[in-house]
Design a protein around this ligand. Structure first.
Ligand SMILES: NC(=O)c1ccc[n+]([C@@H]2O[C@H](COP(=O)([O-])OP(=O)(O)OC[C@H]3O[C@@H](n4cnc5c(N)ncnc54)[C@H](OP(=O)(O)O)[C@@H]3O)[C@@H](O)[C@H]2O)c1
Length: 285
């Protein structure tokens, strides 16, 4: 059944393919962004665009009006506050489903990490809302590998040992779209694991071999040195990135994807296949 679905965070890395996937599945998709003109660049008609701040309840109320489902894929240090506003605004609507992007390490034991605390509070509020929900807990995305490449070098953080089931965005988008169609996906939290487990270094090696053959050396830089570089260059994004990778390497991947795979179909795209597709895409762009 076609619905009108509000996507909050559609201009983001994870939100964009979901918004397009929902549209391709026949839904009317309204994207919320703090900049309507920026959103329009990626979402021409017939996408609907609602400009607004997800922290402002009046903006969320206006964005959600007439929608019967919401997808939340927001990256904000007050993410839980945004979820509160969405659920408050949702009281005046008859929402059939809220889908929410959490994370693969989100669990009580990891609550000491601020992002996990925010995500747990968001998950708890969504569960208590009475609205049918599907929570997604993905981990490393193949698309993130590009972010480690700077000019002719790649940053290798320390000596990564943990294995992660890298996922392609296309697989996550397909699963979210499918969840909106499936009554048996309601009121579930799904772990999203890609088809093979790799360390970050193994994934970076494959990535560079195919897309950056000019980069030959993938030697690790110790965390203390990376932190020093980030501090001296006052690069807050790099500081946040280092903290995130260090945290992930400390706690490791969680969860069992069996139920997600049974209901929504397992992610199929391996890193080799993704690289092949990406190489083709870059060759034609
Ligand atoms: N990236 C990963 O590898 C990864 C892995 C697992 C889980 N996740 C989770 O997935 C979610 C999305 O991550 P991402 O990497 O896609 O983030 P991203 O690329 O940084 O995008 C963030 C999105 O949030 C929106 N946003 C932020 N503050 C907003 C506000 N006040 N009002 C309205 N929209 C706001 C932005 O929209 P505008 O700027 O257009 O307003 C943008 O679309 C996050 O919760 C993240 O923790 C990410």
């Amino acid at each position: 059944m076609a619905r009108r679905i509000l996507v909050i965070g559609a201009t983001g890395l994870l939100g964009e393919p979901v918004a397009h996937g929902l549209r391709e599945a026949g839904h009317t998709v309204r994207v919320m962004s703090r900049s309507a003109s920026r959103a329009r660049e990626s979402f021409p008609e017939p996408f609907e665009v609602a400009e607004g701040d997800a922290l402002a309840v009046a903006d969320v109320e206006a964005a959600i009006a007439g929608c019967d489902a919401v997808h939340v894929s927001i990256d904000h240090d007050q993410e839980d506050e945004c979820v509160t506003q969405v659920l408050t605004a949702a009281r005046t609507q008859e929402l059939h489903r809220i889908t929410y992007i959490s994370g693969v390490t989100v669990c009580e034991e990891n609550r000491w990490f601020p992002l996990v605390d925010r995500k747990l509070r968001s998950e708890e509020e969504i569960r208590a809302s009475g609205i049918d929900y599907t929570i997604f807990r993905p981990g490393w995305f193949m698309e993130m590998l590009e972010r480690f490449v700077h000019g002719d070098r790649v940053f290798v953080f320390g000596k990564p040992k943990r294995r992660w089931h890298f996922v392609a965005l296309h697989d996550l988008a397909r699963m979210v779209v499918e969840s909106h169609r499936r009554p048996d996906a309601a009121n579930k939290a799904f772990y999203v694991h890609g088809p093979e487990a790799l360390t970050l270094l193994e994934a970076q090696r494959s990535y560079c071999r195919v897309l950056h053959p000019e980069i030959r050396s993938l030697r690790g830089t110790p965390y203390w040195m990376l932190r020093l570089i980030a501090r001296l260059t006052r690069n807050t994004r790099m500081q946040a990135g280092i903290a995130m990778v260090a945290y992930l390497e400390t706690v490791g991947e969680r969860g069992d994807p069996t139920e997600a795979n049974a209901i929504l179909g397992a992610p199929r795209i391996t890193l080799d296949r993704w690289l092949e597709l990406r190489e083709r895409e870059m060759g034609t762009s």
